[in-house]
Every structure is written in structure tokens, then in C-alpha cells.
Write a protein that binds this ligand. Structure first.
Ligand SMILES: Cc1cc2nc3c(=O)[nH]c(=O)nc-3n(C[C@H](O)[C@H](O)[C@H](O)COP(=O)(O)O)c2cc1C
Ligand code: SF4
Length: 642
């Protein structure tokens, strides 16, 4: 056994666990609008439990309607939720996994557009992210909510859950009371540390009253809040000690709140190192005797094992890694860690979609949340042509081959991976290479015929006798008609990352989308003096929130000059003539002008293919240039459609 600590048995209070791997709570937006579990949700949890995780903690589930944070979040606020919850419990137990549910109230970290009610909080201070002024709870309402947590715990117990987790982290209602950053009350729930602790301790008491003293209770805390005037680890070790004394059976140590979400420690993006919050778990573990769960970008069994072995934590939560590959535990246990399809910390499919009130996807796993559809066996295997070996084409080929289709994939270049190759080049983006390698490993393990460096012809398509074709030929850079864009000092950003072009001297990057900003950073790191101009008033707007925040800070630190609301009028031999909002026309000097103005589909042959192949599906950037997550999901879905 390669990871003996990770796969040793553990206990949380009276609850016995088969291993030390925990699925942390993750809202999926798969419930119905009244908070009830759907068949989709049940099948998704079934699939994760099948993968071998020891304990699943279901998502932040609202204990009262005004505490709901997402449109299709799970609820535990009403007895009507119990039948659905029972189904979730059953599928976990069917696979010998333990299951808990997280009890939560969003407080001010929600919006009336979601709940239909004004948010409530400890004090009437708006959350900097949600920006809606909450109503400060009066003592009567506090008592009602304390009771509601208890009742919700009772429902969880009735539904068969093995434990509950009280959500005291991430800046939600309990943390709003705990923190002087959000609590300015002058009554018995605010002011002193003891007063700010009161709400959490009353919630714990109410939960225990409803479920009994021996029922396992986990408390999730942010080890630090990462905002000015917020809770620090020295405060949180004291909180942890009091929570232990109040009867908690385990602590789950995360970090941050919505105000510090952009720092990237809550759901660490690519730019943040693995295991970033382990020191917080370790600091708290030193102060308590109950088990401590560490979490956040612990992606490999090696790091998980080491974290337990060196005494930093007792259990390890792997969240996004289970969305990416629910078989992570089984593969690790079998010593096949290299077969794990890794979470690449892109935050595109999961949390960015959730924050947009959409259902959670995973960029590397089209089956995540679509377990029912993918579970239906293919009845009539076909002969399939896939055009293009980028993320969309590779995913289509892999999924189709897994489903029994006979697949031939054409890639006109010498390398598989398409735009993933360029995507991994800028600073802090190398995890895109993990996806490329994982897709190549998967496709090569299947009976897919791969024809490289060959631009397939319509004649070949005709001769192949294919039943269906998936066109995933990607995109090419858009070059809008700016006067002078054909000059020799003008290059395309993508060409730099593909090694086809080189910037010289002082650089002007035109287009401040995500890729333009990354290009500016890449070139500035290479010691070029860089100016970035953007037509709108925002840089890298389409990037995930934390990624964007970190990127903007780095651009500033590295000295990239940025001009917003700026239109390029004319490219010249020594730079460009631009119009900057409220400044007027200016000449920006540059030796090289790099264009990064989006992409357009690279597909000139679908219409011809349709004459020779009965079913032609166009996916990914070949349909419309978008994010990798869209390309991968469409690849998977196209394989279901053929
Ligand atoms: C889509 C998504 C939803 C999440 N929802 C919750 C939640 O309901 N409650 C919670 O405490 N944390 C939530 N988190 C944070 C995770 O529990 C976990 O702490 C975080 O993802 C870091 O762990 P990981 O790197 O292993 O994914 C969520 C994270 C993601 C990606
Ligand atoms: S979408 Fe990206 S960050 Fe989220 S689980 Fe999948 S790979 Fe990981």
C-alpha cells in the first residue's frame, strides 16, 4: 500500500470511516428551486461515493429560505426535503461511504434576487462582493435562526446522515457574527470575543439538543479571514478550542470569506500553490485533540499522505479533484495515481459557473453532473470521424471510443492538444499542460486511430464510410481591420505562445481580454517594456474572479502600463495612434504591436462534409470561440449524440 496513512481507518466521534479522504461540501446547483434533491444530484453523488471516498459532506444546505445563496442549492429547511435527502444518504451507504451534510445560512453573502428577501446579518454592513445592505438581526430573529439550525440537524439525522457539518467558515452568517470585520453589534452578540462566539456556540447547542450528544458534529472554520480587520489564525485557534470544548467532533479548516475570495486561498486557482491552507490546519491541530480536516488544492495522494504523516491534519478533503475524477480514491489506493485525471485548478467549469448561478461542470470531466446521460449504454456503435485533436476533439474521441464507437481522429499539426499548448505558456498557467497530458494518455489507452500531420480531405471522408463526423477544428485569431495591422512590426499573441512569432523591444499589446493580459504579463516577465490597451473599461473580465484579481495585481507589480477605454486608430512603424477616453488622441511608442483581439471559428469544410457523411456535429471553437470548459463539455456531449 503506497499511501498507508491516507487509507487507514479513522473516526469522527462515534462515526467510523473506511479511509481518511473526505469530499468537502460543494454547492452544485443541481437541486430543484425549492431545495430538494433531484435524480441528477443523486446519481452524481452515487458516482462519487462509488469512487471510494470515505466521507462525503454534502453542500452548504440552507436552514432557512432567506439564507439560501444559490438558485438550485440543496435545502434542509423543511421536512419536505427529507425524502430527497434520504436518497442521497442511501447511495453513499450503498458504497460503504459515510455521509454528512453542511448546515448553512448565507447571511449577507446572498442577494434578494436569489431569495426574494433582503439579506440578514449580524450588522447592517453590506458584503463587498454582494453589495446589498443586509438587515441586522434582532435578538428574536437570532433565536429563531439558532432553532432553525437545530431543526435542520434533526432533519439530517432523520434522513439518515451520519453527521452534520456546521458551516462556520467562508464569511457566511456564523462567521459574520464571529468576525469584527462584519459584526459591529453592541448587544450580547457583538463586541467582545465571547459575545461574537455566542451565535456559533448557541447553534452548536441547538444542534446537539436536536440530535443527541453522541451524534457526530463537524465544524468548518476559516483559519484566517484574509481581510483587514478580520479574523486571523491567532483568533481562530481560540475559536477552535472553544468549539472543541462545546462538543465538536472534528474541525474542517478552510480560509477566507467573499471579501478575500480574490486572494485565491478559498478555492485556489492555478496561480496559487498546492496545499496553501495546510499550515492553518496544522496550527489548529496543535491546539485541539479532535480530528482536523485539511483542504484546498491537495490534489495528489502524495501530498495528502504527507500532510497526515507529518501531523498537519488527520483527514484530507479533496473537492474539485473528485469532480475531475471521482475514482481518485480508488486509483490512489490501487497505486495507480498516474491514472488520475487531475483537477487543473482552472475554476472555469465549477466555481465560475456557480457564481454565475449556473450548474457546476468540470472542465476536465464532461460526465460530472451528467452521470445519468453518460450511464446509458450505446446501442448502435458507429464509425466516427473526429477532425481536430484539441481539447474538444480529444474529449469527443475518448468519450466516443469508451462508448464503443470506432473512432478515427485527424490532427493536422504534429502535436495533440490544440490551444492547450499555447494556454500553458504564460506565467501561472502550466496546469493546462496537465489537461493536455491527461487527454493524450486517455486517448492513447483506447482503440482510437490517430492520424497526425495530415489535413484530411473530403475524398478521405467519403472513402472512410463514416456514419458520423465531429468537427473540432478549433479557431484562428481574429485580425480586425485596423489600419496598419498588416505591417511587419505586428504579430498575433497566439503565435508568440506557439513559438511562431517573437516580440522585440518595447511592446504594445492590443486587447485586454484574458489572453491579452496574460500576453502582457508573459512579455513583461521577459523584460519587455509593455503597454496594454483595452477598448472597454475592464481588463481580463472573462477570467475567474480570483484568477483575475491575482493577474491584475501581478500586472501592476511588474509594471505593465494599462490604458482602458482606448481605441487603436492606426498602427504605425513605431507604435500606434490611439484614442484614450477623456485624454484624446495619443501616440503610444512600440517596436512590436501584439494583437490579441479574440478568435473566430476555423471551419471551412463542414458544409462539404455534410454531403458525404450523414451526421456532422460541429463543436468547440469551430462552432464559436469560447473557453476550454465549453470545448470539453461539447466534446463529451457530441459523443453521446452520434
Ligand atoms: C463548486 C464549488 C462549490 C463549493 N461550495 C462550498 C460549500 O457549499 N460549502 C463550503 O464550505 N465550501 C464550498 N466550496 C469550497 C470547497 O469545499 C473546498 O474548500 C475548496 O474547493 C478547496 O478544496 P479543493 O481544492 O480540494 O477543491 C466549494 C467549492 C467549489 C469548487
Ligand atoms: S472545472 Fe477546473 S477547477 Fe473546477 S474541478 Fe474541474 S478542473 Fe478543477
Amino acid at each position: 500500500m503506497k499511501y498507508p496513512k491516507l487509507f487507514s481507518k479513522a473516526k469522527i466521534g462515534t462515526l467510523k470511516l473506511k479511509n481518511r479522504l473526505v469530499m468537502p461540501p460543494m454547492v452544485r446547483n443541481y437541486a430543484d428551486t425549492s431545495g430538494k434533491a433531484t435524480d441528477r444530484y443523486v446519481e452524481h453523488i452515487n458516482r462519487i461515493a462509488y469512487g471510494g471516498v470515505g466521507l462525503l459532506i454534502l453542500e452548504a444546505s440552507y436552514i432557512s429560505p432567506e439564507g439560501k445563496g444559490f438558485k438550485n442549492e440543496l435545502g434542509v429547511h423543511s421536512d419536505t426535503c427529507i425524502p430527497g435527502l434520504k436518497k442521497l444518504v442511501k447511495v453513499a451507504h450503498d458504497h460503504d461511504a459515510a455521509i454528512a451534510i453542511q448546515l448553512y445560512h448565507a447571511g449577507r453573502q446572498t442577494h434578494s434576487s436569489i431569495t426574494g428577501k433582503k439579506p440578514v446579518s449580524a450588522s447592517a454592513i453590506p458584503c463587498p462582493t454582494m453589495q446589498e445592505k443586509p438587515t441586522a438581526l434582532n435578538q428574536k430573529e437570532i433565536k429563531r435562526l439558532v432553532k432553525a439550525y437545530g431543526k435542520a440537524a434533526g432533519r439530517a439525522q432523520k434522513a439518515g446522515f451520519d453527521a452534520v457539518e456546521i458551516h462556520g467558515a467562508h464569511g457566511y452568517l456564523i462567521q459574520q457574527f464571529l468576525s469584527p470585520y462584519s459584526n459591529e453589534r453592541t448587544d450580547s452578540y457583538g463586541g467582545s470575543f465571547e459575545n461574537r462566539m455566542r451565535f456559533l456556540l448557541e447553534v452548536m447547542e441547538s444542534v446537539q439538543e436536536n440530535v443527541g450528544a453522541t451524534y457526530p458534529v463537524i465544524v468548518r472554520l476559516s483559519g484566517e479571514e484574509m481581510v483587514e480587520g478580520g479574523l486571523e489564525i491567532k483568533d481562530m485557534t481560540k475559536v477552535a478550542e472553544l468549539v472543541e470544548a462545546a462538543g465538536a467532533d472534528a474541525l474542517h479548516i478552510s480560509s477566507g470569506n467573499y471579501g478575500s475570495y480574490g486572494e485565491g486561498h478559498l478555492i485556489p486557482p492555478m496561480a496559487i500553490k498546492d496545499g496553501v491552507n495546510i499550515p492553518l490546519a496544522k496550527a489548529i491541530k496543535k491546539k485541539v485533540k479532535i480530528p482536523v480536516i485539511a483542504v484546498a488544492k491537495i490534489r495528489t495522494p502524495e501530498l495528502a499522505e504527507k500532510t497526515i504523516k507529518d501531523g498537519s491534519a488527520d483527514l484530507i478533503a479533496v473537492g474539485r479533484s473528485l469532480l475531475a475524477d471521482p475514482d481518485w480514491p480508488k486509483k490512489a489506493k490501487a497505486g495507480k495515481a498516474k491514472d488520475i485525471n487531475p483537477c487543473i485548478a482552472c475554476n472555469q467549469g465549477c466555481i465560475s459557473r456557480l457564481f454565475a448561478q449556473e450548474d457546476v461542470w468540470c472542465t476536465v470531466n464532461p460526465k460530472c453532473g451528467r452521470e445519468i446521460e453518460f450511464g446509458v449504454q450505446e446501442q448502435s456503435p458507429k464509425k466516427l470521424l473526429v477532425v481536430g485533436g484539441g481539447p474538444a476533439g480529444l474529449t469527443a474521441a475518448i468519450t466516443a471510443a469508451e462508448r464503443g464507437h470506432t473512432v478515427t481522429l485527424y490532427e493536422e499539426s504534429a502535436e495533440l492538444g490544440g490551444q492547450l499548448i499555447a494556454a500553458a505558456v504564460p506565467p501561472h498557467r502550466k496546469d493546462w499542460e496537465l489537461l493536455r497530458k491527461s487527454l493524450i494518455r486517455q486517448v492513447k489507452a483506447l482503440p482510437v486511430e490517430i492520424i497526425m500531420e495530415e489535413k484530411f480531405s473530403i475524398e478521405q471522408a467519403k472513402a472512410g464510410g463514416y456514419d458520423a463526423a465531429i468537427v473540432a477544428s478549433g479557431s484562428k485569431a481574429s485580425v480586425p481591420s485596423i489600419s496598419g495591422s498588416d505591417k511587419s512590426n505586428v504579430i498575433i499573441a497566439r503565435d508568440i505562445f506557439e513559438g511562431k512569432a517573437e516580440a522585440k523591444g518595447k511592446v504594445l499589446v492590443v486587447g485586454g481580454g484574458c489572453m491579452g493580459a496574460q500576453t502582457a504579463e508573459y512579455l513583461a516577465e521577459k523584460k519587455h517594456e509593455v503597454t496594454l490597451v483595452e477598448l472597454t473599461d475592464q481588463i481580463a473580465l472573462e477570467a475567474p474572479i480570483d484568477d483575475r484579481n491575482l493577474l491584475l495585481k501581478r500586472l501592476e507589480k511588474i509594471g505593465v502600463t494599462m490604458h482602458l477605454k482606448t481605441k487603436v486608430l492606426k498602427i504605425q512603424d513605431d507604435g500606434a495612434l490611439v484614442h484614450i477616453h477623456e485624454q484624446g488622441k495619443r501616440h503610444l511608442k512600440a517596436d512590436t504591436v501584439v494583437l490579441c483581439l479574440g478568435s473566430k471559428p476555423h471551419d471551412g469544410f463542414t458544409y462539404k462534409l455534410k454531403f458525404v457523411i450523414p451526421n456532422v456535429i460541429v463543436i468547440g471553437d469551430a462552432k464559436e470561440a469560447r473557453r476550454v470548459t465549453d470545448a470539453v463539455i461539447e466534446g463529451g456531449l457530441a459523443a453521446l449524440e452520434v
